[in-house]
Design a protein around this ligand. Sequence first.
Ligand code: 13P
Length: 262
Amino acid sequence: MANRRTVIAGNWKMFKTTGEATDYAVRFLEEVKEVTDLDIILCAPFTALYTLKNELEESIVHLGAQNMAWADQGAYTGEISAQMLLDVACTYVILGHSERREMFGETDEEIAKKVRQALATGLTPIVCCGENLNLREEGKAVERVQGQVTRALEGLSTEELSKIIVAYEPIWAIGTGKTASSKDAQEMCASIRATLKVLMGLAAEKVPILYGGSVKAENIAELMTEPDVDGALVGGASLDPLSFAKLILNAVPSSVSVEEGI
Ligand code: 13P
């Protein structure tokens, strides 16, 4: 983990109105205002982004979206462009989340186009990958994840690849309360880094790789002890500002422990 940024990103998924987002931001900022050692990102629904832009201005919290279009603009009903995200002060975008792959039929090819579009416009993509339970039980998890990463990223320059974040989210651990063991998370994050090395050489050592799947204030510290786990992408536990702040404080080694609370 040495020499790499630590990143904790919250993925609100399809939760929170603008009013709820404002309340959250006020309470959350109060709790994390002293944090300096890691990057905090809130990935909110499109409709809450403008509200959060105003609330988070000049704060240490960065703003992210959960998806975007691969095209610049045009007749793409229901889509949101990178320019629109930049316009509301987004600097990050989650791409290829398993919920988009599984429920909305997003393909590796579309995800690769979106990654290129994000990089071309200056957004940092958080590229998601992860296997389902069947593949894990069949011993094909590494093959699936390495394939997803390769197909999303091949052909990009080392300079471009140096700007991305990868998030490993095993589907069987998302929203299930079943976290991958820190050993399993480490094993997969290391194999993702090996894949990145094939694509970009030693510069892969600098790419933050996050774990996601039932991360909570109670298990983040252990995950963070693993050398290739550089942070977390957090769903359910990011929805409450105080719990998410506690999780963040527990991710910072020198900070208060979960027992002490905040
Ligand atoms: P949970 O933290 O709710 O398991 O969700 C993980 C996730 O999908 C984050 O993108």
